[in-house]
Ligand binder design. Structure first.
Ligand SMILES: Nc1ncnc2c1ncn2[C@@H]1O[C@H](COP(=O)(O)OP(=O)(O)OP(=O)(O)O)[C@@H](O)[C@H]1O
Ligand SMILES: [Mg+2]
Length: 506
């Protein structure tokens, strides 16, 4: 029987560093952002945790608590996804980014249930992740969703989602689009070719430590320096937690105003001492010069990896709240010219969640299901497909027989279109070697194993063979649903072993 799915039950979620959004398709089949329990379309990705877990508060209300209890407010936890960082421990529970992201997801789901009146609202979702998120980070996002009671229909790369919401897939005509997402915590860039109903990601690259947060930190430093020089008052998050938090919030507000006004003033008073810092767009440009250089390097690398002539790029799509920074817009204008730049009629902050909602409907439709309550006419046809690329290289660990140093021997190179597979042959290292450890690594050719991420491991016992000669074959495949298949074949005895590493990708 064909599956009938209510449009409110499948959602698209952008789990951002600064803000998170949830979208569903409305009754006309258009993606629409659901207001949260506070009536806002963007939920600050902020979690306040009271002592003993007595209260958990999400969003703007949590940000407000920062003035009184900054040490209990978790902000920008997306930057810690995939690490073991524990913010604090309460009632035996380690509060980590995975836990905090789960709380944000629970809140978004509760908002969708309240707004739609459907108790199954957002029970399934496509969640967006930065294109270069590593496998362990993708798995962590998936676990957060499971904790929040949301079935993950797929993870989709943020720039790909933005491309979907701009309707670039559906429009006629081939186009080569550079999608640039300058958010709060991450800078993400993808080169996507749209045409014939397909979106093909040619190359992706990003800097997961570059975003609006870094602009804030730079400006905050200027303000704190003024306190130091004018009043010999040294303010740190430790010495003045609440004041520091308020100044930080003020800096963010004034930075954002600077994209509409040519001059803003940051005013702050601490311990009866006050400062006023005037900021112009020129000062901003000077101050964030090095951040913009990093952004430019990412863009250049994507174009180089995609092996295209920059002149062939037909559109540059700017998304993410920080793409409103005037010095950044100038940089893009200088590089590509005004005519190619598109922000379009889609809000740069909401495009990613909207694209994820379109993808969620596509997942239902492509498996033969229907989305009820929606006018199907308006939903993009299921035949439209998206092709992504390997977000990073995968290989196995090999040991040098002389130096015994272990390095990565890569098998699947990054930026290859999915699905892909390749094999490589290896020899044993020692005489009479019987035990072989196959460590599947996320890493580049020649990178030290200790610097790579081990994503799967298997120990295999085989008959001995002469060392040095190629006698073992490792074949690796990566499919479009993010499954990595590793097949290990002994070329001497013909023994096979398969390691399946279940990654959740697009
Ligand atoms: N007018 C503006 N001028 C400059 N920066 C702005 C403006 N409006 C929003 N921002 C910045 O945009 C950032 C939030 O953007 P966005 O919501 O796209 O990020 P995010 O999706 O939460 O983060 P990420 O995609 O990095 O995980 C914040 O740093 C915010 O200060
Ligand atoms: Mg974002």
């Amino acid at each position: 029987m064909k599956e009938k799915v209510r449009n409110s039950s499948v959602a698209g979620i952008d789990l951002g560093t600064g803000f998170s959004e949830l979208a569903i398709l409305d009754d006309t089949g258009r993606p629409t952002i659901i207001p949260n329990l506070d009536g806002e379309f963007k939920t600050p990705s902020v979690v306040y945790v009271a002592s003993q877990l007595a209260e958990i508060v999400i969003g703007t209300a949590a940000l407000g608590m920062g003035v009184i209890h900054p040490e209990r407010v978790i902000t920008q936890c997306k930057r810690d996804v995939g690490t073991n960082k524990v913010y604090f421990t309460e009632n035996g529970i380690s509060v980590t980014s995975e836990w905090a992201q789960a709380e944000i997801l629970k809140y978004l789901r509760a908002s969708a249930i309240k707004h739609t009146g459907d108790d199954q609202a957002a029970s399934r979702a496509v969640i967006t992740v930065p294109a270069y998120f590593k496998e362990n980070q993708r798995q962590s996002v998936q676990r957060s969703a499971e904790i929040a009671g949301i079935e993950v229909m797929g993870l989709i790369n943020e720039p790909t989602a933005a491309g979907l919401s701009h309707g670039l897939v559906e429009k006629q005509g081939d186009r080569l689009v550079l999608i640039v997402d300058f958010g709060q915590g991450t800078f993400d860039c993808s080169l996507v070719s749209f045409g014939g109903g397909n979106a093909t990601v040619i190359a992706s690259h990003g800097d997961n430590q570059l975003g609006g947060k870094d602009v804030d930190d730079t400006l905050l430093r200027l303000v704190l320096e003024q306190f130091d020089t004018q009043h010999s008052l040294h303010i740190t998050p430790e010495s003045h937690p609440a004041d520091w938090f308020q100044i930080w919030q003020q800096v963010v507000r004034q930075k954002e105003r600077l994209s509409a006004c040519s001059l803003v003033k940051v005013c702050a008073r601490v311990d009866g001492k006050q400062i006023m810092l005037e900021l112009t767009r020129d000062t901003l440009a000077e101050q964030i010069h090095n951040l913009l250089e990093r952004a430019e390097r990412v863009i250049d690398e994507v174009i180089a990896n995609g092996k295209v002539d920059p002149k062939e790029i037909t559109h540059v799509l700017l998304i993410g709240g920080s793409s409103r920074l005037t010095p950044f817009q100038e940089l893009i204008r200088r590089k590509f010219g005004q005519e190619r730049i598109h922000g379009g009629n889609v809000s740069p902050d909401l495009a990613v969640a909207e694209g994820a909602a379109i993808k969620a409907a596509k997942v239902v439709l492509s498996s033969g299901g229907t989305v009820v309550d929606c006018s199907l006419r308006a939903i993009p046809a299921p035949a439209i497909s998206t092709t992504d690329v390997m977000p990073h290289s995968l290989g196995v660990s090999v040991q040098d027989p002389v130096s015994l140093i272990e390095t990565c021997s890569s098998i699947l190179e990054k930026n290859q279109p999915l699905p892909c597979n390749a094999s490589r042959q290896f020899g044993s290292v020692k005489d009479d070697q019987r035990v072989f450890v196959v460590s599947v690594l996320q890493g580049e050719e020649g990178q030290l194993t200790k610097d790579c991420l081990v994503v799967g491991q298997r120990q295999i016992e085989l008959p001995p063979r002469p060392p040095g000669q190629p006698s073992l074959e490792v074949r690796m495949g990566y499919d479009t649903s993010g499954m990595v298949n590793v097949r290990f074949r002994d070329l001497v005895s013909g023994v096979h072993e398969t390691i399946t590493v279940n990654f959740f990708n697009e």
